[in-house]
Write a protein that binds this ligand. Sequence first.
Ligand code: BMP
Length: 480
Amino acid sequence: MVADSSEVLKTLAIKLHEIDAIKFGNFQTKSGLQTPIYFDLRVIIAHPDVMDLLANLLLNFVEEQQVEYEHICGVPYTALPIATLLSSKQQKPMLIRRKEAKSYGTKKLIEGKFGAGDSCLIIEDIITSGSSILETVSDLRAEGIVVNDAIVVIDREQGGAANITRNGVRVHSLFKISEFLGILRSANRIDDVCVREISEYIANNQASVKQKEEPTIDRTKLSYEARLKLSKSPIAKDLLQIIISKKTNLCLAADSNKTVDILNAADAAGPYICVLKTHIDIIDDFNDEFVRSLTALAAKHNFLIMEDRKFADIGNTVSLQYGSGIFHIADWAHLVTVHSLTGPSILQGLKNALNGSSEKRGVFLLAELSSAGSLITPSYTESTMKLVSSSPDADFVAGIVCQTKGVVQDPGLLQLTPGCKIDTTTDGLGQQYNTPAYVVKEKGADIAVVGRGILNAKDIRATAELYRDQLWTAYCERIN
Ligand code: BMP
C-alpha cells in the first residue's frame, strides 16, 4: 500500500473508469429512474488487480475509521467478493445474507456462524436510496446481530446515506460521487459539461425519506447473555451480569414499614434476587444507617437497589426529589422508576441531579400498571416507548415497567413486571396477580417483582428460593 491514500484513490477512480465500471450516457436504475451516470462494480471481478487495489484501500479505510465489529457482511451480490477479500485480509468471519430464504434444510436467511449480540460491519458498492443496505441491516438485526457501521465504495449523494443514518447505521464512504467526478475531471477523463449535467441530476433526484425500521427480533427468545451485548445502558449491563451469574430474574418488593424487617428480608432473600425494590417513603423509622446497612447487604449478596419512586413531575422538581430531601435517593438507589407523562424532560431532570457523578445509575420507565382499571391507554404506552427510542438520554433507560409482551421490542431494554404470586388471589385493592410462569412466558417479563408473595411467608429465604426457581425455569423454557 502506498503511503498517500489520496493518490491511490485517484488511481482507483481512473482504473474503475478504464474498466467500464462507470458509464456515462442514459441508463435506467434498479428503481426504474433514468440516470446519466451508472456504476457497475460487478465488472471488477474480471480485473483482479483492481479488485486487490480496492480491497487494500478499504482495509486501510476501515482501520482509519476505527470501526469495531466481529463479522463482515457484503450486501448481495456485487459487494460479496469485496467483503470476502476484506474478511480474509482482516481475518474476520463473514456472514452472507440470502436474498430469499432456502426452501429446504435450515431455511436460514443469514449464513455463517454468529450469536445474537454479535456485531457486523456492512460492505456495499454503491448507495443511492439506501434501501439495499437497509434490507440487509433489517435481516441481520432480526437475528439479534448489532449493525452500527457500513463501509461503502461510492455514495451517489442522493439521500441514501441520511436514510441509513436515520436507522442507526453510520455510513463511511470511500468516495462521494462529487469527489469521484472531480478526480475524473482533473485527469481529463470527462469534461465540465458532463460534471455539470451529473451534478444537476443528483441535486434534482434525491431519494425519498425512509422511515426508521424497528428491529423485528423477538426479544423474549434471546438469552440474558445475548441481551447483555445488546443493552446500551451501563447499569442494565451490570444487572444482566448479576442475573446471569446468580441465575435469578426475581426482584423482591421489600414493602415493609420497619427498617429491621426490610433488612432481615434483604439478608434472607439476598442470595435469590437480582434487585431489591424499596418504597422509601413508607418507612416509619428511616435513617441514614438503614441506607448504609442496605447498601452493605446489596454488596454482600450482589443485588441492585431500586427505589420505586415513580417520579412524575417537571424536570426541575424531579431533579430535586431525586438528589435532595431527606432520602437523597440518587446517592444509593442504582435504579429508580419514572412515569413518562412529563415527557423527555423528566429524564433530563433526573440526569441533572447526578451532577456527572461516576456512579452508574438508570431508570425504569412505566409504560403500564398492574392495577385493575388503570387509566393508562395503549396510545400512552406506545408514546412511552417512542420517548425511549427517540431520547438522547436512551442509555439512562435500563428498562420498562409493563404488563404486556409486545410493549418492549428493543432487546437492549429489560421488562420489569410486578403482580406476581404463586397464589393469585387478589389483595382487595386492585392488584392483579399472575403466577411466575405466566408472568415470564405469557407477559414477557425479564424480571418479575414479588412483594407480599414472599414477605408474608413464614420462611422468607425458602420462599424466595422457590420463586427464583420457578421464574428461572420459566425463562429457560421461554428461550428454548
Ligand atoms: P406485591 O407483589 O406485594 O403486590 O407488590 C408489588 C410491588 O410492585 C409494589 O411495590 C408495587 O408498588 C409495585 N408495582 C405494582 O404492583 N404494579 C405496577 O404496575 C408497578 C409497580 O411498581
